[in-house]
Ligand binder design. Structure first.
Ligand SMILES: Cc1cc2nc3c(=O)[nH]c(=O)nc-3n(C[C@H](O)[C@H](O)[C@H](O)COP(=O)(O)OP(=O)(O)OC[C@H]3O[C@@H](n4cnc5c(N)ncnc54)[C@H](O)[C@@H]3O)c2cc1C
Ligand code: FES
Ligand code: FES
Length: 1333
């Protein structure tokens, strides 16, 4: 069989590929073959949406052209024959005209680093192609498969809301309590609620969209013929008829069927599986048909889930309610099932046959008794989905030659009820912890059980049915007795071993009961026959809300900031909401990130080889298999290093491990090949043997083994002994705060280009730290730093993760470039990035707090331990910042804080937005909440009572000047209507037994400056060219935080010229040398002053010419200066004055000033499942006189949402051997669109100029992150309410809630009769699946 030509269209242009390789994804093809780099790689596993594109094709079933979004990272090019692809470049550009979707996301400030933006644009674009006037709910649904790590989502939703039928601004005319216009009243100064002007937006004109290629339309009636594509290792056959398919399967029983590739694609990429023969049945009519039969609806197995969903929605709308119980349950599962991009290609058959133990559909199909038709050449049989269909892990009853032809989902009957439940870590796009389908059929006219099916996913290695328990209930009545019996039965029947994969054993067991209880109540409610029937249980009205399905409420947001004074000149952009300067290019896909730089002709690819053992001696490295991989160039190890193999901030690291490895993920070597695919294969071929050594994984292990870096850090003030003696009460306890992965959307990336002369090398790096990148490479190569140039255009997010850890990649890549003499590129895959580069430090705190009955704190002692990992990196500075923030905002007369850095065999942890501050402050608020409970006082009263006042000294003896926190506090109380809200929460809690609400208001005080004082310096370089244009360079890097935009604003005001005349091209070591990392929130302060100074120098030089021509223009003065031979290039330099703190004497200033903010949040928890909903957040933040309110509000919201992830969602799981389980978006959940508070309001404190920073502004990058603790403590408040209703509970009882407050922790803390049935305990010598590290 000879290979066919693959024909498809990209952005209207025909692509004919003669050598289509089935292993090539659309993403790789777009980026590398077609040079369309707008579509990004964020994860490669369908979990982030950065690679979203739109596909269009003629659908023979619907007889029309359909448009749908897909993940290009999972779409094999071979599946695209006769399909039209539209990428972000295809819909608009800054060179021609932006598409309204691109324009609106840019102008509404919905693009910060911009790496997620093209994917989000394409999700929105696809929605609009199908639905030009969508509802707000449809817009939110369209983004279920997209992630953004920067913006906090609000600006994106707000920008796109302008497309919505129900989303426009009410213009202050309606009785909308959240109306943005209403917020203006009663304020002495003008507060602007508008960060952008919707009236300036281009209208959407659907008639202007690119048309479906006529050539493809003509082909729609041409008969399909079998196609064959053959690559290096894999052959792909596209069968066109069922007969062909069955013949092929008979000839090649081992061949894999691929439909959506959402499962197989991941197995190939991440599990290194090879399927030499793939058969694609997607074209076969029988596999795509939908038939309405007498007993149900039958779907061809290749039907995508999106079309199953649509068919069922229609059926529910048109059929009698009693017939659609099963359909509604399937729809409920599909509602929280992946994003649109996955659902539009993933097939229903693929989900069943894949036999995943956590499939969401299989429990419902099993409970409903759905029927499957299986065929092979000459055979056909129908089987039910029951407990025998999945005989073992990922196995089905299908024989090798058989395929699944169709699935019949049955109608329900009178007296039959079915529900589906799913609990995951995150509601949207997450795989279940436990998922379930439950069905009961009553004997006609009674509540006597005729049939009962209770099926679960997530409770065994396959989908199971609790047969023993459900059979016992036959002929019983639906009442309390049955409920008790089922619960006791389930607790016994569904046992999970304490070391079960996936962990969370008690939680998962409890969920099985909670789900049944919900089902029991739901059926009671549906039966609704009330008191008359004794055989039927009674529905307590306070239980009713437990049956409610999760409802999305329309988002309500406001952002308020002070407008610039009326007399500020129009061209002075300081203080105005100028959009991020690159936002339009980010939205159109033109913005260039490191990996978007076109490939060099002789470029090579590098892949790191890392340790699979936490602590071991390397016995041997065998590269012989790797060498056989086509395109192999070389293997790199420490032996290749020409200079020093010793590296790291503290010289405690190596470029490549030599004889010993100290963590899983420790870099041992690297392979260099011609392509990234070959590099991945070659890396798999490198075999390393180890001799294992004892490893220390957790903080507790480290304490036990006295394994620390350095000595104890300490801050002490007052007389602790006296303080505790005076206290009326003392509370002590422990809090663990888990780590956090940065999850910048752009993973670490470096391109190193050797220059061939005198050791010169140029590096393009995604780094926050050009200086250390340069010096580490120079040291490793043994050349002076002046030979190495490091260039950074922009990063797709950093958050501290690219402050030091980026160097582990860039140094290795530089070595490869040196050794081969060729340009070398490496962009880490998401799983490698998560494994190798560390994250936020987990903290363990042991505290003791002494306080008076009034709630006044008199003494505090906290011992902090952080898990630093296998090298010290920035751990000491991070612990110092934790100690500086252990008071949060409270005056504590007698205090001692100690800190120890645990040396463990985990990858080195590092800087992360907040840098230890959030951990220190969470501990403070934790004991503070316990003080309030113990005193029986409202928490906000105790917090306010202990709050610092103007002029107070902190525990490190720094005087608080310009202390605006009380103003923020009072304004937040007022804006959130705290007292009224509290009353409403209490009323809600009385009326609802299984749902509880909680409320909390939390302050923050965040010290601004690097605590290593010499780092508080910055440089700038200003060139003015003869046409008057200005090229500005400064030491800071742009990672989405809008630093370049702010710097252009600063220069524009300083030079008194419009921002359009000023351009920042990049950050580089050959323009501004010796720069501090872009970190510590201080970059706008430091670089802003340096820019200002450089501009002043230019102005001084222009002054004589201005005097000569007072009415001249900027261009005139510049020309005159040039013709008079006056330099038009100037540098600026700034250092923060008067810094320097000594731990020995507890004196001197660590911080230049402080940033303040307050947040009030309200949440609702589901006590039965641990789910929670963020109802409301009000933030008041002091950012001084904002340089750019849009950027500052973006930082506040983005930081808050990242904090929300830290404290409620994001959980890293490590095995007892120190191996990270959570290596991608499928297992590690950052906040998504649906995670943000329904009502989200941000106010920038008015009239609060800060005399310590440029143009009276304040630092904003890190301080708001901690405010998300208000959500954590609102959850704790709600759990308290749940526990308080138990008979044996006293309201002053304390309970531990570690961070993050995940569904597991919330559920386990809401102890009740279900949790007590599921206590599992930990057996001795049992190795749990995951550890608290
Ligand atoms: C980001 C993401 C999120 C996801 N979220 C969820 C979720 O929330 N819940 C959930 O349950 N799943 C989820 N999944 C899993 C995924 O949806 C299912 O695996 C999907 O339905 C598989 O369909 P597919 O067509 O892509 O399968 P493919 O990858 O094409 O194939 C899967 C398997 O099924 C076999 N197969 C397919 N069709 C047939 C047939 N007709 N006869 C015989 N064998 C066949 C294939 O040979 C293969 O072994 C998610 C996946 C991703 C990538
Ligand atoms: S890169 Fe495709 S979904 Fe993340
Ligand atoms: S702007 Fe969305 S990830 Fe950075």
């Amino acid at each position: 069989m000879t290979a066919d030509e693959l024909v498809f269209f990209v952005n209207g242009k025909k692509v004919v590929e003669k050598n289509a390789d089935p292993e090539t994804t659309l993403l790789a093809y777009l980026r590398r073959k077609l040079g369309l780099s707008g579509t990004k790689l964020g994860c490669g596993e369908g979990g982030c949406g950065a690679c979203t594109v739109m596909l269009s094709k003629y659908d023979h079933l619907q007889k029309k052209i359909v448009h749908f979004s897909v993940n290009a990272c999972l779409a094999p090019i071979c599946s695209l024959h006769h399909v039209a692809v539209t990428t972000v470049e295809g819909i608009g550009s800054t060179k021609t005209r932006l598409h309204p979707v691109q324009e609106r996301i840019a102008k509404s400030h919905g693009s910060q680093c911009g790496f997620c933006t093209p994917g989000i644009v394409m999700s929105m674009y696809t929605l609009l192609r199908n639905q030009p006037e969508p509802t707000m709910e449809e817009i939110e649904d369209a983004f279920q498969g997209n992630l953004c790590r920067c913006t906090g989502y609000r600006p994106i939703l707000q920008g796109f809301r302008t497309f919505a039928r129900d989303g426009g601004c009410c213009g202050g005319n309606e009785t909308n309590p959240n109306c943005c216009m209403n917020q203006k009243t009663n304020m002495a100064v003008t507060l602007s609620p508008s960060l952008f002007k919707p009236e300036d937006f281009m209208p959407l004109d659907p008639s202007q969209e690119p048309i479906f290629p006529p050539e493809l339309l003509r082909l729609k009636d041409a008969p399909q013929k079998q196609l064959c594509f053959e690559g290096e290792r894999v052959k792909w056959i596209q069968a066109s008829t069922l007969k062909e398919l069955l013949d092929l399967k008979a000839q090649h029983p081992d061949a894999k069927l691929v439909v959506g590739n959402t499962e197989i694609g991941i197995e190939m990429k991440f599990k290194n599986k090879l399927f030499p023969l793939i058969i694609c049945p997607a074209w076969i009519p029988e596999l795509n048909s939908v038939e309405h039969g007498p007993e149900g609806i039958s779907f061809g197995a290749a039907c995508p889930l999106s079309s199953v969903e649509k068919t069922l929605v229609d059926a529910v709308a048109n059929l009698p309610v009693y017939k659609t119980e099963v359909f509604r349950a399937v729809l409920e599962q599909l509602r929280w099932f992946a994003g649109k991009q996955v659902k539009s290609v993933a097939s229903i058959g693929g989900n069943i046959i894949n036999a995943s133990p956590i499939s969401d559909l299989n429990p419902v199909l099993m409970a409903s008794g759905a029927k499957l038709t299986l065929v092979s050449r000459g055979t056909k049989r129908t089987v039910r989905v029951d407990q025998t269909f999945f005989p073992a892990y990922r196995k089905t009853l299908l024989s090798q030659e058989e395929i699944l032809l169709s699935i019949e989902i049955p109608f329900s009957r009178e007296g039959e009820f079915l529900s589906a439940f799913k609990q995951a870590s995150r509601r949207e796009d997450d795989i279940a912890k436990v998922t379930s389908g439950m069905r009961v059929l009553f004997n006609p006219g009674t509540t006597e059980v005729k049939e009962l099916a209770i099926c679960y996913g997530g409770m065994a290695d396959r989908t199971i049915s609790a047969l023993k328990t459900s059979r016992k209930q036959l002929s019983k009545f639906w009442n309390e007795e049955l409920l008790q019996d089922v619960c006791a039965g389930l607790a016994e029947e569904l046992h999970l071993a304490p070391d079960a994969p996936g962990g969370m054993v008690e939680f998962r067991r409890t969920l099985t009961l909670s789900f049944f209880f919900k089902f029991y109540l739901t059926v009671l409610q549906k039966l609704g026959r009330g008191d008359s029937d004794d055989s039927l249980g009674k529905l307590d009205p306070t239980f009713a809300s437990a049956t409610l399905l999760f409802q999305k409420d329309p988002p309500a947001n406001t952002q308020l900031f002070q407008e610039v004074p009326k007399d500020q000149p129009a061209e002075d952009m300081v203080g105005r909401p100028l959009p991020h300067l690159a936002s339009s290019m980010q939205a159109s896909g033109e913005a260039v990130y490191c990996d978007d730089i076109p490939r060099y002709e002789n470029e090579l690819s590098l892949r790191l080889i890392t340790s699979t053992k936490a602590h071991a001696k390397i016995k041997s490295i065998d590269t012989s298999e790797a060498q056989k991989v086509p395109g192999f160039v070389c293997f790199l190890s420490a032996d290749d290093v020409p200079g020093s193999n010793v590296t790291g901030l503290l010289n405690d690291e190596t470029v490549f491990a030599t004889d010993k490895v100290t963590c899983i993920g420790h870099i041992i070597g690297a392979v260099v090949t011609d392509t990234p695919e070959h590099a991945q294969r070659a890396a798999q071929g490198v075999k390393i043997t180890y001799e294992e050594l004892p490893a220390i994984i957790t903080i507790e292990d480290a304490i036990k083994n006295n394994s620390f870096y350095g000595s104890e850090l300490k801050i002490e003030k007052g007389d602790l002994k006296k303080g505790f003696a005076e206290a009326d009460n003392v509370v002590s306890g422990e809090l663990y705060i888990g780590g956090q992965e940065h999850f910048y959307l752009e993973t670490q990336c470096t391109i190193a280009v050797p220059k061939g002369e005198e050791g010169e090398m140029e590096l393009f790096v995604s780094t926050q730290n050009t200086m250390k990148t340069q010096s580490f490479v120079a040291k490793m190569l043994g050349v002076p730093e002046n030979r190495i140039v490091v260039r950074v255009k922009r990063m797709g997010g950093g958050f501290g993760g690219k402050e030091t850890r980026s160097t582990v990649v860039s140094t290795a890549v530089a070595l490869a470039a040196h050794k081969t003499g060729c340009p070398v590129r490496c962009m880490l895959d998401r799983d490698e990035d998560m494994l190798i580069t560390g994250g936020r430090h987990p903290f363990l705190a042991r505290y003791k707090v002494g306080f008076m009955k009034t709630g006044k704190i008199v003494a505090l002692e906290v011992d902090h331990y952080s898990n630093a990992g296998n090298t010290m990196d920035l751990s000491q500075s991070i612990m110092e910042r934790a100690l500086f923030h252990m008071d949060n905002s409270y005056k504590i007369p007698n205090i001692r804080g100690t800190g120890r850095l645990c040396k463990t065999n985990l990858p080195s942890n590092t800087a992360f937005r907040g840098f230890g501050g959030p951990q220190g402050m969470l501990i403070a608020e934790y004991w503070m909440s316990e003080v309030a409970v113990t005193c029986g006082l409202p928490a906000e009263e105790v917090r306010r009572k202990n709050m610092y006042k103007e002029g107070d000294l902190t525990h490190f003896n720094q005087k608080l000047e310009g202390f605006t926190l009380p103003r923020c506090w009072d304004e937040c109380l007022e804006r959130s209507q705290y007292q009224k809200r509290r009353e409403e929460v209490e009323k809600f809690n009385k009326e609802n037994y299984w749902k509880k609400r909680g409320l909390c208001i939390i302050p923050t005080k965040f010290g601004i400056s690097f605590t290593l004082s010499f780092l508080n310096q910055a440089g700038a370089l200003v060139h003015v060219y003869t046409d008057g244009s200005v090229l500005l360079t400064h030491g800071g890097t742009e990672m989405g935080q809008g630093l370049h935009t702010k710097m252009v604003q600063v220069a524009s005001r300083a030079l008194k010229i419009p921002t359009s005349k000023i351009y920042i091209s990049e950050t580089s070591t050959n323009t501004v040398p010796n720069t501090s990392p872009t970190a510590a929130s201080a970059s706008a302060d430091l670089n802003g002053q340096a820019v200002y100074k450089a501009c002043q120098t230019i102005l001084e030089r222009l002054e004589p010419f201005k005097k000569q021509k007072p009415n001249g223009s900027w261009e005139d003065w510049v020309t005159d200066a040039y013709t008079n031979a006056v330099s038009l290039s100037a540098t600026g330099f700034y250092k923060t004055p008067d810094l320097g703190y000594s731990f020995e004497t507890n004196s001197g200033k660590p911080f230049h000033y402080f940033s303040y903010g307050v947040a009030c949040s309200e949440v609702e928890i589901d006590c039965l499942t641990g789910d929670h909903k963020n109802l409301h957040t009000d933030i008041v933040m002091d950012v001084g006189s904002s340089l750019n309110p849009a950027i500052d509000i973006g930082q506040v919201e983005g930081g808050f949402v990242q904090g929300l992830g830290l404290f409620t969602l994001e959980e890293l799981h490590y095995s007892p051997e120190g191996s990270l389980h959570t290596r991608g978006p499928s297992t590690y959940k950052i906040p998504s669109f649906g995670s943000i508070p329904v009502e989200f309001r941000v106010t920038l404190l008015r009239d609060a100029p800060n005399k310590k920073a440029i143009y009276a502004s304040k630092a904003v990058g890190e301080p708001p992150l901690f405010l998300a603790a208000s959500i954590f403590f609102a959850i704790k408040d709600a759990i308290h309410a749940a526990r308080a209703q138990r008979a044996d509970y006293t309201t002053k009882q304390l309970f531990q809630l570690d961070s993050p407050a995940t569904p597991e922790k919330i559920r386990n803390a809401c102890v009740d009769e279900f949790t007590s049935l599921c206590i599992t305990g930990v057996q001795e010598n049992c190795k749990p699946w995951s550890l608290r590290v």
